[in-house]
Design a protein around this ligand. Structure first.
Ligand code: SAM
Length: 249
């Protein structure tokens, strides 16, 4: 997947470019990150990309022209890189709330352009004319679109073949099947009087699978009951959940 980032702070992306599984995926060219800085598209010597809002009020607004030029450049680059299907996303607290289903939908694109706002945000006309989708990472406001874009890139890349060491790992994560993940344990078997559940040491893979499914159901019921409302449980799943409620509640 090819990402283009429209941002005045491209250096912030160093934290995903050079570390962990994402860093490795960029080094191995499984994905690429390109930057289009709106400041490069202004000619005045102050490189001003923002100005005061019409109508008054606090803060500054990012101007349309440098943003639009940066987006055009990003589109051209993606075309040159043979991107077949792309989307222009503005990271915004007013956008569609992000969840795993939206992440899965976005995996159909091989090119994504992220516009990262700053200050009070970007000129509304830029959104009207250049943005396909606004996405929010939650009902709270952060200072810029860079961290939200990085979060979304990370969530997307986990599902791109070759990014994770174990290809099944992302499939077992919370939300993918509509449930939360089961609990995990590692050495030591006993720590300060706390033991690893016996079944995980049994070597019985069928029993382990059932236990994990039951724990996923139980944790979802306890921590995120809202998720169960939109999930059709199978007979086996319902039975496992009822059994867990009887035993643990
Ligand atoms: N005045 C704007 C509002 O209240 O809708 C908030 C502007 S915010 C300080 C600056 C930038 O941060 C936004 O343009 C957007 O790109 C980004 N941003 C802030 N909160 C976000 C969120 N919850 N999700 C995605 N992006 C966000």
């Amino acid at each position: 997947m090819i990402f283009n980032i429209i941002s005045i702070f491209p250096e912030m992306f160093d934290s995903i470019l050079h570390y962990g599984v994402l860093g490795r995926a960029f080094t191995n060219d499984i994905c690429s990150l390109n930057f289009n800085n709106p400041r490069d598209f202004v000619s005045d010597s102050y490189k001003r990309i923002d100005d005061k809002p019409f109508g008054g009020g606090p803060g500054m607004v990012m101007k349309i022209a440098p943003l639009e030029d940066a987006i055009k450049m990003a589109l051209q680059q993606q075309q040159t890189l043979d991107v077949k299907k792309n989307i222009r996303i503005y990271m915004s607290p007013q956008g569609k709330p992000c969840n795993q289903a939206l992440v899965s939908e976005l995996l159909q694109y091989d090119g994504i352009i992220f516009v990262c706002g700053r200050y009070e945000g970007i000129d509304e006309r830029c959104i009207e004319r250049n943005i396909d989708l606004e996405i929010s990472i939650g009902d709270f406001v952060v200072s810029g679109g860079e961290l939200p874009a990085m979060m979304l890139i990370d969530a997307l890349m986990r599902h791109i073949p070759g990014v994770l060491h174990d290809k099944d790992s992302a499939q077992a994560d919370s939300f993918v099947s509509g449930l939360l993940d089961h609990p995990h344990y590692t050495i030591p078997r006993e720590y300060d009087g706390m033991n690893v559940p016996e079944v995980l040491l049994s070597g019985n893979h069928e029993q382990i699978k059932l236990w994990r499914l039951q724990m996923s159901l139980w944790h979802t019921y306890k921590k995120r009951p809202d998720l169960l409302q939109s999930k059709q449980l199978t007979k086996i799943e319902s039975g496992l959940l009822q059994d867990a409620i009887k035993r643990f509640e």
